[in-house]
Design a protein around this ligand. Sequence first.
Ligand SMILES: [Zn+2]
Length: 298
Amino acid sequence: MAALRHFRTWLAGCLLAALSLGSTPARAAAGLRVDFIDVGQGDAALVTSPAGKTVLIDGGPANHAPALTAFLAAHVHGPIDLILLSHRHEDHLGGLPAVVHQLGARLFLDAPAAHAGPDYERLMRELEARGVPARQAARGRRIDLGGGAALTMLGPPEPSIVGSRSDVNANSVVARLTYGGVSILFAGDAESPTEAWLLASGQDLRADVLKVAHHGSRYASGMRFLRAVGPRVAVISAGAGNEYGHPARVTVQRLARAGAAVYRTDLDGDVTVETDGTSVHVRTARGRAPSTEAWAVP
Ligand SMILES: [Zn+2]
């Protein structure tokens, strides 16, 4: 059964490749692909659309910049079409100056909440040096990625969240990627107040795949939010043996109770999700069982 689904995914990929010959895909088009890259204690995800457009959501910490740039150099040809920063913490932007320096980018979308630091300053300098336009990420903005894929900003929250445990986290840019009947939600380091705002906003939060907020910490991924999202797959980006105890055991349990198969970069290495808009296929670099999972979206 799984083999049949894989075949269908492959067949759909071939058809898409045939239809997208008019463009110049950055890599072989095979539907939509998201690589949750193992960057230790941090976040970095590379989206490649069916048309070959590339989006890097966050860039991990500075100490994993060499591994991140090596991954990107192997998978992206030419500048990255869009770099989206969920929020200005070092574990999400530390690797970005090296990425911008080595690969370049066509557009940078910045997170709203100010947070000064040497890595952010370095990033701003690199963007300027490479002539990369920088804009503010805004709720409601929809970015067409070609081939039927789109990235929609559900946040940052409006008005901004103030007085929370971490306002920088709470005002993370939350984005929903859609392709056919499949959706993938990127929650940044959103926390409980962000989830309450998202639920109250009435926006469509449903997602087959959830990039779990805040490395699976106990300050996010509440049951009401998880029920609204309804993920089949949850991906946690965290460093092995990290000092924060991420992911929290209670959060992993909640994700499982919500019906999600949980993947973790600290255990699985890179986690790759591929979809033809109908079925979803997950595989992991380290092949921890279950190393592959595929299903058709009803
Ligand atoms: Zn973080």
